[in-house]
Ligand binder design. Structure first.
Ligand code: PRP
Length: 189
């Protein structure tokens, strides 16, 4: 059946089912790697709101896995209202718990030029956790400006501006349950 898409949306790129399957695969990999250990997931707001919630629940359902999983959040911004990242990352809200001596997995919705994850890895590593890894739902590898390790990748994103499942354009479209391509005429030239 033809799906009616909201104004501004051209095409669904990854369905809710594709996203759930990717979250399950990542959860199974994390469960294997952190079996028997205590883990902190740090979701990067706002974009990774849904990815963090769904990954955490998939992790609870994965066989084996960590002894316990704690959730924390950090808010950073690099895009502002623009459609291209400025490369200048701003900390908007820090985590609420100390991570010294803890195993940490950063949960991101998307990596594009890599500045955000690079900034977060350096900032969190300076707090002397036992380890820091990164789980990214969408890898957009075409415009990387810095070399940064991504330990778990859910899906590879085409070179399009995508919205939905937490990702916005000017704060719109975040609540769509799928990932979709924005109509090019919506974006400034
Ligand atoms: C987006 C996304 C990542 C970052 C990735 O956040 O959620 O955190 O950009 O881009 P990069 O690899 O090019 O640095 P944004 O700054 O748009 O804030 P938001 O999550 O609040 O939408």
């Amino acid at each position: 059946m033809q799906q009616t898409l909201p104004p501004g949306i051209e095409q669904v790129i990854f369905s809710a089912e594709d996203i759930a399957a990717a979250n399950r695969r990542t959860a199974e990999a994390i469960a294997r790697d952190y079996a028997g250990r205590s883990l902190v997931l740090i979701g990067v707001l706002k974009g990774a709101l849904f990815a963090t919630a769904d990954l955490a629940r998939a992790l609870a359902e994965a066989p084996g896995g960590p002894t316990d999983v704690q959730l924390d959040f950090i808010a950073v911004s690099s895009y502002g209202n623009a459609h291209r990242s400025s490369g200048e990352v701003r900390l908007i809200q820090d985590t609420t718990h100390a991570i010294e001596g803890r195993h940490v997995v950063i949960v991101e919705d998307i990596i594009d030029n890599g500045h955000t994850l690079h900034y977060l890895r350096a900032m969190l590593a300076a707090r002397e956790p036992a380890s820091v890894r990164a789980a990214v739902l969408l890898d957009k590898p075409y415009h990387r400006a810095v070399d940064v390790a991504v330990d778990y990748v859910g899906l590879t994103c085409p070179d399009e501006f995508v919205v939905g499942y937490g990702l916005d354009y000017q704060e719109r479209y975040r609540t769509l349950p799928y990932l979709a391509k924005l109509r090019p005429e919506v974006l400034p030239r």
